[in-house]
Design a protein around this ligand. Structure first.
Ligand SMILES: *Cc1c(COP(=O)(O)O)cnc(C)c1O
Length: 427
């Protein structure tokens, strides 16, 4: 595989970012929103104003039910308003609390909403870190411009994210709890108070920081052994995304419509839907995570396979990208303990997985994303057949376990790596 394979179809490269930026800047200054020749203010983190809360709230204890409920946010949030006439207003750090929107707001009717998801980690060396958050900021720009929301410089969003983390991180992720994390949700909504079906004239960017449960911990089955994820392949009457659509953007419109299928999967005892695409039942993603298999080919090679980005029907996951890069750097050569992995980004048909499992060539499968981190898969149900995936190293297969350890060591500062971005804490 050529090293460039990851980047060729990606929008997270600097070329991709400047193309998204220029498209929008151009359309804004040339009248697409009914305004022409006006110099609009850019998003500028240095203009931030800060109002601190007068009623700080208690931090829930680790493992408490409130954390599982995913409804507790930290004391503050960041907001920044945009209008078509002026561009970006000064951002604000302010107490966490309700937003005020008119019932006509565009996002409530036309799904003009996009978001990001990333974590803030408390390291074993006592430091706070983000993981490759520059990629999340770049992806947010791409998602925003896909649905006619305003552009911004991703570096400014990253500074705003860091500001919130620096403010609330020290209290909400105490130094004496290394290995813990919070979840960041940068969001943008169109807030125009008018029902017209058109490019938004007003938008609100905000960033919140929430308590979040650990979703990658193995559960213990009835037989006492660790359980992996159970995936239910989607039926032929539902698809998540299609070429020319918006499956590659983190826009709310991708998620609401998937919840009926997800609810049914949960009721039937599965953790997530494995989304298939096309007549050949090609595997795309597992829930809101990218999907990987490790198998041996008939000619004896050991491959790490995941769906490609070129049709734009899957999300360009930061975790996906990191898995591919680490495996390329560290696992492509065989050692005395493990056989090297060939990295293959191509469409995988369900039939190929069924056959590999039948021949004993299916070695491992896992889901990869921020929320579920690296979660081993133990079973896939596909139209009447149960495919068992081995989890030979107890809670995962050896490759899955190794990849997960490498990533978590970078996130929690056990390995010092450029992907771990240290947040300077505000005392
Ligand atoms: C967020 C998301 C992912 C994972 O992306 P990460 O950047 O690794 O968190 C994968 N697929 C979908 C559909 C997603 O929404």
């Amino acid at each position: 595989m050529p090293p460039a394979a990851i980047d060729t179809t990606s929008q997270l490269t600097s070329a991709g970012v400047s193309s998204a930026l220029s498209k929008t800047a151009h359309s804004l200054t040339n009248g697409a929103n009914g305004v022409s020749g006006v110099q609009l203010a850019e998003l500028d983190a240095s203009r931030i104003t800060s109002t601190y809360t007068a009623s700080p709230r208690p931090v829930p204890v680790p493992g408490s039910p409130e954390i599982a409920a995913q409804n507790i946010c930290t004391d503050h949030m960041i907001t920044a308003k945009w209008t078509v006439k002026e561009g970006w207003h000064a951002p604000a750090l302010q107490p966490y609390g309700p937003l005020s929107l008119m019932p006509t707001a565009s996002c409530l009717h036309y799904a003009t909403e996009c978001f990001e998801g990333l974590k803030l980690y408390r390291g074993y060396d006592g430091k706070l870190r983000l993981f490759r958050a520059n990629l999340n900021a770049a992806r947010m720009l791409n998602s925003a411009t896909r649905i006619a929301l305003p552009a911004f410089a991703p570096t400014e969003l990253l500074k705003l994210i860091m500001k919130l983390c620096a403010t609330d991180g020290p209290k909400w992720l105490p130094k004496d709890e290394p290995g813990s994390f919070l979840y960041l949700r940068p969001t943008m909504i169109a807030s125009d108070p008018a029902l017209g079906v058109q490019r938004p004239n007003e938008a609100l960017l905000y960033v919140i920081l929430t308590c979040f449960p650990r979703l990658d911990a193995p559960t213990i089955g009835a037989d006492g052994s660790p359980q992996g994820m159970k995936l239910l392949a989607s039926g032929d009457d539902t698809i998540r995304a299609w070429p020319g659509g918006f499956g590659h953007a983190k826009v709310g419109a991708n998620y609401g419509p998937s919840l009926v299928a997800q609810g049914e999967a949960r009721k039937a005892g599965y953790n997530q839907i494995l989304w298939l695409f096309g007549d050949n039942c090609e595997v795309t993603e597992a829930g809101a995570s990218n999907f990987f298999v490790v198998w041996r080919t008939r000619s004896g090679a050991t491959e790490l396979v995941t769906a490609p980005l070129d049709r734009k029907i899957i999300l360009d996951g930061v975790t996906r990208r990191s898995v591919l890069q680490l495996v390329r750097e560290r696992l492509s050569e065989s050692t005395e303990n493990v056989q090297g992995l060939d990295i293959v980004e191509r469409n995988i048909q369900m039939d190929e997985i069924v056959q590999a499992a039948g021949d004993g060539r299916l070695l491992e499968a896992f889901a990869a994303g921020t929320a579920f981190f690296i979660s081993p898969v133990q079973e896939i149900h596909f139209r009447g057949t149960d495919i068992r995936v081995p989890m030979t190293a107890g809670e995962a297969g050896p490759y899955t376990k190794q990849i997960k350890t490498w990533l978590s060591d970078i996130m929690y500062g056990k390995e010092h790596h450029e992907w771990g971005i240290v947040v300077e804490e505000q005392s």
